[in-house]
Design a protein around this ligand. Structure first.
Ligand SMILES: [Zn+2]
Length: 468
């Protein structure tokens, strides 16, 4: 059986679904590609007991960025799943099937961390734990994933009923509050990254573990950075393990200057940005640096921001955030969208130009060379943004279309770079560091940086790591 290990760049896919089991199967005439989850029978997880220390088993996200899922288990028989996401590539990548597990902690609401959680609840009866904001935003993220899977026709192993059950299964915890999972005690710490994102500290009878989730030690416009936590074993994300970020304040100023120059020549700056985090960061930067601009905000981020407003305890300087929200013009109708075409700035989804209102706007704006497109972060291989950068083309409503507008790219990510991740690791003073959620270059660079001081492990999906 092939569990989700297909080449997502080249493989066309066709699907047949069996609604009763939620299984999705491939057309046998096609190359291997499928998600076939039959609970309790086909998980690659080893079922033998753990004698000592901690067993870690990545179902996904071990040696790659995205679709994270990892099982931790120790000699007490306590078993915990951390995250269960899907990578929203075309088609998506999924983690391997999860074994029976009563409890799962979701670090934050990005889809590569929570995208498969409804399957857990619907098929294994798992309880989901997370911050109140992660739980709240999950509803929008799952509904959007479900909608897109129908539109695009990609396989999804859970259905609407699983999603409803998942929404009922959340148990939320405040930062710093201890709670029990089996024989373990757990508590959340702020992870930076996005509002509501947490790191997890776990005390087993033998060891202290810290799971970083996606994290950044730098303050960003909406959240303060993470601070180290003493531990024996650190699971550290390494998305940007080989990158050096430019100083954040300078990059924000460079970004604002570019926006201003487009506006000064009579154009509109189109800023594609993720719905959960980056878009709201852009609004904060522009409100602070260029409050004279007329900025319109469109897409799924407008609904997510309403959830943020219900949980201002996760937002840095919430009063300023509220002011920023009142200052920008929210697009809520077709006529609003037409009006936005005359704005100075349009901030909208999707962040990598794979769909969403950004494509509609771009199609209207692309003929006037005074307009410009400002990308606010990394553009994945195969994404619309990457095609635009490399070939000055974009898929617009199904047609590959030349786009001659000025395009610029900025590094406004809320993942720590090599300097932040390595100094964070040193601050935690662990005996073991497991670098996950990273590509080959990222984890090798980070390993070379911290490997002198601590034992570094580079996990492979569906292979056991034993940590004592
Ligand atoms: Zn994330």
């Amino acid at each position: 059986m092939n569990l989700c290990s297909y080449d997502c760049k080249r493989t066309p896919f066709h699907r047949k679904t069996t609604a009763s089991s939620g299984c999705l199967m491939r057309d046998d005439s096609q190359p291997p590609l499928m998600v076939l989850y039959t609970p309790g029978r086909t998980s690659p997880y080893p079922e033998d007991p753990v004698d000592s220390g901690l067993r870690a088993f990545f179902l996904g996200g071990g040696d790659e960025v995205g679709n994270v899922g990892c099982i931790l288990e120790d000699r007490t028989g306590t078993r915990l799943l951390i995250d269960y996401g899907l990578a929203p590539t075309r088609p998506p990548k999924y983690p391997a099937e999860c074994p029976a597990v009563e409890h799962a902690i979701m670090t934050h609401s990005h889809i590569d961390h929570i995208g498969m959680a409804p399957w857990l609840v619907g098929h294994l009866g798992t309880t989901l734990h997370g911050s109140a904001l992660t739980a709240k935003v999950s509803k929008i993220m799952w509904a959007d994933t479900y909608k897109i899977s129908n539109i695009e026709g990609y396989p999804l192993a859970w259905d609407r009923r699983d999603m409803e059950e998942a929404l009922q299964s959340w148990v939320t915890h405040e930062l710093g509050e201890w709670f029990e999972i089996g024989a373990w005690k757990c508590r959340f710490h702020r992870a930076g990254h996005i509002p509501g994102a947490v790191m997890i500290e776990i005390k087993t009878p033998d060891l202290t573990v810290l799971w970083s989730g996606d994290m950044d030690t730098r303050d960003s416009p909406n959240v303060l950075g993470a601070t180290p936590v003493d531990c024996d074993i650190l699971f550290l994300e390494g998305t940007y393990g080989n990158r050096t970020h430019p100083p954040r304040a300078e990059e924000e100023k460079r970004f604002t200057r570019r926006v201003q120059s487009i506006v000064n020549r009579g154009g509109t700056a189109l800023i594609p940005a993720f719905a959960s985090g980056r878009g709201q960061d852009i609004l904060r930067i522009l409100h602070r640096e260029a409050p004279n601009l007329e900025v319109h905000y469109d897409g799924m981020g407008t609904r997510i921001t309403l959830d943020w407003l219900d949980h201002l305890e996760f937002i840095d300087e919430p009063t300023v955030f509220r002011k920023t929200w009142r200052w920008c013009r929210r697009v809520s109708s077709k006529s609003d969208r037409k009006k936005a075409l005359d704005a100075d700035v349009i901030v909208t989804t999707s962040g990598m130009l794979d769909g969403g209102p950004a494509i509609w706007y771009l199609n209207r704006l692309r003929h006037d060379m005074s307009n410009g497109i400002l990308l606010t972060g990394y553009q994945a291989e195969g994404s619309g943004g990457r095609l635009l950068l490399d070939e000055k083309k974009l898929r617009i409503f199904g047609n590959i279309t030349p786009v001659e507008l000025e395009v610029d790219q900025f590094s406004l990510s809320n993942h720590g770079g090599q300097a932040e991740l390595s100094s964070f690791a040193r601050g935690c003073a662990p005996r073991h560091v497991v670098i996950f959620h990273a590509d080959e270059e990222g984890r090798n660079a980070l390993s070379a940086e911290i490997g002198q001081e601590t034992k570094v492990h580079l996990p492979t999906n569906i292979k056991t790591i034993h940590l004592d």
